[in-house]
Every structure is written in structure tokens, then in C-alpha cells.
Ligand binder design. Sequence first.
Ligand code: PMP
Length: 359
Amino acid sequence: MSPSILDNALGAVGNTPLIRLDKIAAREGLQLGKLEYTSAGGSVKDRIAKRMVEVAERDGLLKPGHSVVIEPTSGNTGIGLAMACAVKGYSVIITMPNKMSLEKEAALRALGAEVVRTPTEAAWDSPESHIGVAQRLQKEIPGGIILDQYRNVNNPLAHEFTTGPEIVEAVLGTPSTPSKPSSGKVDVLAAGAGTGGTITGLSRAIKKSHNPKAIIVGVDPVGSILALPDSLNVEGAGSQYIVEGIGYDFVPDVLSRETGIVDHWIKSTDEESFEAVRHLMRSEGLLVGGSSGSSLSGVLRWLKSKEGRTIAQTKGANVVVLLPDGIRNYMSKPWFLKMALEAEPSPLAKQISSILQPS
Ligand code: PMP
């Protein structure tokens, strides 16, 4: 694409790079990462925010000077909405569980949104949850509108029309060479699920109009109930997890559970997610957030299964993992600070100490 001047921040949503993960590929059979933190608001959810706002405007549901956009979110959809509403001049209220990072709240407030925190442990259908509080506010606030990422068809459609085609076009546009062999198609796509809009839209985009035989791997944290079969969700049922943005205690309407949308579900743990984040930073130079680690560790586990091993051993198979956001959303989180600042001193660090503080 030739450089051009964008009209506003929304022009810098999406169009994210698909990047070779060579060091991981050499050992594990996973080739490509779709890096969503390069989107203007810093996550994959910018895409749905932009689409939900634009369609609501087109349908006359959003009225300048009157509408107040209210949305329950784990933060990233909120940031996308606050960005869109800053550009377009709507007021925004974001309801968000306490566990979500201070960085997200700060970004939201900086974009002009009001933020209401809710108890993390509140069940989704209780009046205290982020969803319940948003509904209570909408009833009372004139012009209040919930675009509702859990039910809005424009959530999966944003991925069916943008994220998915971008992946397919990048794969189709990269010729196979002896040093970088390619099957010429997307063979496996792995992504985590929160609302499920990303994985549902990606699956439709890839299977309907590109490769009906592509394998879609969904990743769901232990403690959440999105995975199928349901028996996968029994271990650790109801337990809390630290990773943000994936997993729920209900199945959102936009997560399609039709056969053939998600072919395999893998449960992820915080520990392996954070280890995978470290791996992506240290070996690939990618400053990704926690749920990117969940998706990576999940698909690497799947690649060790019987079906996965066949793919991992096929030269040129294109295995893609979606990396939803970046570490700058989580810099104050204890899990990250521990990883970044409390690591064992490296030989180089010891050398520096001995030079600067000779004993
Ligand atoms: N990772 C992060 C960091 C997110 O914010 C979200 C959105 N909740 C997801 C993954 C999952 O995306 P989706 O809601 O489309 O399933």
C-alpha cells in the first residue's frame, strides 16, 4: 500500500502485520503471528468498535450531541469505542471488572471516557456485574445506548471482513521459496475467545471463502466455560484467572458453537500464558499482552496432539496465531513486573556489576 494521509485515528485501525515467528517455527511448527497491537487503539478490538459505531450511525441509532455510548468490556473494546467516540464527538461510559489493568483505565480516561469499575467475581447476570451496571446506567441516562459486543453481529463481521481477509491476503501474496516454503493457504488459525467474535469471524472468513479444510483452534482459560466439549471446563470450574480479555462465565451470542466453526478447544493456564509471553518477547521481539501468550501456549499444545503433529511436520504449513494486544496494557501488573524486573541476573548483568562495583 502506498503511503497516504489518513482522515483520522480510525484510518489507522487494523491492517496489522502478519509476522514470521522463525525461532518458534524452527522448534514447534508454528509459523506466523498476527500482531494486533499495531492498531491505533492497541488491540484487535479496535476493529469491532469502529464497525459497531459506524453501522449504528448509519442506522440512525447514534445521534451527535445526544447519544451516550455505554459498554461493558474487559477494556480493549472500550478503548476502541472511546477512540471512535473522541473522533466523532460522543460521550462514553465504560463498565469494566476490577481485575482489568490500570493502564486500560488510564487510556480510557485519557480518551475522555467515564469508567465504572465492577466486582470481578459478580456473575454476568447480576446487577453488580459490568454487564448489569451498564444496563442499569442505560435505563437512567438519556441517550444511553449499549452497542453490545456480546450480541452485535458487527463484532464477528468486523473480523470476517477485515482480520480474516488480511491474513488470507498476506499468505496468498507471499510466494513459496526453498528457504520459506508455503502451502499457499492458511492451514491452522488459533485465537483466544472472550466474546468469541474474533474466532467466529476469522473462522467464517477462512473456511467460507479460502480453505474449507482449515483447522480453527480456540483457546479458553481454565475457570471459563467457553470450550467444547463441556467436559473440558470441569477442571478448575469457577476459578479466577489473571489473564485479561479471554474467557467468560456465560456463552456470548456472537460466539458461534456451530460444528465446524471452532474445531478444537484448548484450555490455558496463567502460568503457561505468561511463560509464552516471555518467549514471544525474548525470542521474537514482540511486546505482546497476556492473552497472546494464552493463544500461543494453547496452539503449541495442540500441535503436539496427533492431528497437530501431522501439521507441525508438514513443510510449509501455515499455522497462524492471533496476538490480540500489547504489553503496554499490562506494565503495572505484578505478573509482568516479576517477569521483567525480577529475572535471574544474566551473565552480562553480572559482568556489568563487577565492572561498576568491583569488590
Ligand atoms: N485478548 C484480549 C486482550 C482482549 O481484550 C479480547 C477481547 N475481549 C480477546 C483476547 C478476545 O477477543 P474476542 O472478544 O473477540 O473473543
